[in-house]
Design a protein around this ligand. Sequence first.
Ligand SMILES: Cc1ncc(COP(=O)(O)O)c(C=O)c1O
Length: 427
Amino acid sequence: MLDFNTDLYHFGLSQIPDQTIIANEETFGAHHYERIGVVIRQAQNCWLTDVNGKQYLDCLAAYSAANPGHHHPKIVSALTNALTGNYGSVISNVVYTDPLGVFLRKMAEFVPQLGPRFGENGNKVLPKNGGVESVETAIKMARYYGWKNKGIPDGKQEIIVFDNNFHGRMITVVSFSSTPKYRNGFGPLTPGFVSVPYNDLEQVKKAITPNTCGILVEPMQGEGGMRVPDDGFLKGLRYLADEHDLLLLFDEIQVGLGRSGKMFCFEHEDVVPDGLILGKALSGGLVPLSVFITSRELMDMAFNIGSDGSTFGGYPLACVAGIAALDVLKEEYLPERSAEQGRKLMDKLQDIAARSSHVKEVRGRGLFVGIEVKAGNAMTFCRQLLSLGVLANDSHGHTIRISPPLTITDEEMDYMVTRLDRVLTDA
Ligand SMILES: Cc1ncc(COP(=O)(O)O)c(C=O)c1O
């Protein structure tokens, strides 16, 4: 049994038995995620360790949050310094702090000029915690723009979204989810969204009305089955947004920051959005941090003193993690590594697919790869992979999601591929 006096702050390989940990969660926690049945005690770079010291190659990376690898030493050191130096704690938002100012500047300059049709005076950043909060910030801005600049009556603004989208779990974003279990029973739902098929520009065109103020899209869909749109889709959205004076908002929470083999997914089509949402890997997976970024003009148009805010949004500890994580992405060439390792992985997976009776399709970009299985039972394969020392999970039921930390080595990829080969080809 846990001795609360001596053990509470010494987790990792603690003495608490796995069964107690599982029982604690089941008894005292809400049923939200389906667990895969393993208790992880420690995480280091691409590897996860259980209580017996058994290691699992992390091919999920917390849905892209651990892009630089778990406990990256540079980010850990930034956080440790902040805590031991007494500048990590949340400070009341009525005062300035140096980590926030430095982070905002770094973040604003990290991204190319967004929404250039509104001006070329740089970007502004609004920091939050979990990703869904920044999605809502983007929605607020698009609605405000529709009201203030387009003259749409307040309450009538519409935003175009896409079937099988995933933008988080709060009321407004589940209101336009096409997955019934995310939505059912949680009404009244938030109106003002029109959902059309992903990758279908004709349907977007048809959905535009005089009340449309924006388009919110994932440049690649993660939870929606690891979907890469056809070349030209993002460009087409840009064209429609310009033609109809709509704000084009990209949710790159899962696919940005190197995951797709470019720093930002929009670089694959050379399309610049008006607003960009980032989260997950922004702190290297160590503390919650998300941002909404847009042009100076749009941010100043939409938000005034008192119209937005968050107690922990942009607090010092998150900011120092963000500053270090942005440095790591560049210093370690993580987007380039993702592109290179992703190419190698794709070749190996196509070879497996050609020999497998289970694989329907392999798709992806960089180290964001989906293996769709014919019987639609991706989790069956993920459970077999777990027993072989690989953590992966499904996307949309039918697709095995492979998204390891971007630091994965050739040897680690061989380890993963050997095991995928075994479960997918019965080799
Ligand atoms: C594309 C996308 N948007 C938003 C979210 C929500 O982020 P969070 O869970 O941090 O609120 C996610 C989470 O998986 C996501 O993948």
